[in-house]
Design a protein around this ligand. Structure first.
Ligand SMILES: NC(=O)c1ccc[n+]([C@@H]2O[C@H](COP(=O)([O-])OP(=O)(O)OC[C@H]3O[C@@H](n4cnc5c(N)ncnc54)[C@H](OP(=O)(O)O)[C@@H]3O)[C@@H](O)[C@H]2O)c1
Length: 242
């Protein structure tokens, strides 16, 4: 199927590896010119640093903006809801939420002018089913979900869709690190942690980054023009609730 994206431009945040890299590859395969941003990318940005975010915004706006924005970031440290320092809550919120809101706000006017836009934010299964031991992630992503849904209603009349994609357990550096951390905390092997995880996923395996990238490419497509304000799970059936 031709997604009708040839000649479009996309900014993908957190594009140097994992889900962001797979999204960038999927969009590029559809003929999209992809600007990949991360601390080590061609478009350098540290989402924890307001000045760095402002510099990225200036650069992308000066180059004419983008048609597709993929809001993605590194995940926060693991830990319980109790006992987190206020500074850690604020840092997670600024790095994962307000920096993405700022980039989106700044790039929206050029999408509105073109009467086309796709804003796709990478969330987590934790938005629907909070994950034990990932309190910072659960809390901040819940806020992002509220923002994304509110924005979707504001800009739909301009031909701009705003959606979230929720990964379950996709095989990336981040998930490998979390599995290693859990193995260390529980005194088991990484293999045992991974096996327990696989047993909890109806598909019986972790997802592949390219399976995630393909779903994002679909949401960016012309065909997905009437899908907005949605959250799409890519989790092999892991989330148990409706
Ligand atoms: N993989 C999953 O199954 C899964 C499940 C639930 C939620 N998630 C969430 O989805 C997001 C992406 O996951 P992933 O598995 O692809 O993670 P990952 O493998 O850790 O990749 C994170 C990406 O974000 C970039 N990044 C990290 N900190 C950054 C910063 N301060 N400024 C700019 N870029 C930064 C990294 O590049 P540099 O290091 O080069 O900056 C990298 O490209 C994360 O928020 C993660 O928590 C993933």
């Amino acid at each position: 199927m031709d997604f009708g994206l040839s000649g479009k431009r996309a900014l993908v945040l957190g594009a140097s590896r994992g889900l962001g890299a797979a999204i960038a590859a999927a969009l590029a395969a559809e003929g999209v010119t992809v600007l990949g941003a991360s601390r080590s990318g061609d478009y350098t940005v540290d989402l924890a640093d307001k000045a760095s975010v402002a510099a990225l915004i200036d650069k992308v706006r000066t180059e004419g903006g983008v048609d597709i924005l993929v809001n993605n970031s590194g995940g926060p440290k693991a830990g319980p809801a109790q006992g987190q320092a206020t500074a850690d809550w604020v840092a997670a919120f600024e790095t994962m939420a307000t920096s993405l809101y700022a980039v989106t706000d700044a790039l929206l006017p050029q999408m509105i002018e073109r009467k086309f836009g796709r804003i796709i934010t990478v969330g987590s299964s934790g938005v629907v089913a909070p994950i034990a031991g990932l309190a910072l992630s659960n809390a901040v992503r819940g806020a992002i979900a509220g923002w994304s849904k509110t924005l979707a209603a504001e800009v739909a009349k301009h031909g701009i869709t705003v959606n979230m994609v929720l990964p379950g357990r996709i095989d990336t550096d981040r998930v490998r690190e979390l599995d290693q951390g859990k193995a260390g905390r529980t005194g088991t092997s990484v293999e045992a942690v991974q096996e327990a995880s696989r047993n909890d996923i109806p598909a019986g395996r972790y997802g592949r980054p390219e399976e995630f990238g393909a779903v994002v490419a679909f949401l960016a497509s012309q065909q997905a023009s009437y899908v907005t304000g949605s959250m799409l799970r890519v989790d092999g059936g892991m989330i148990k609730g409706l």
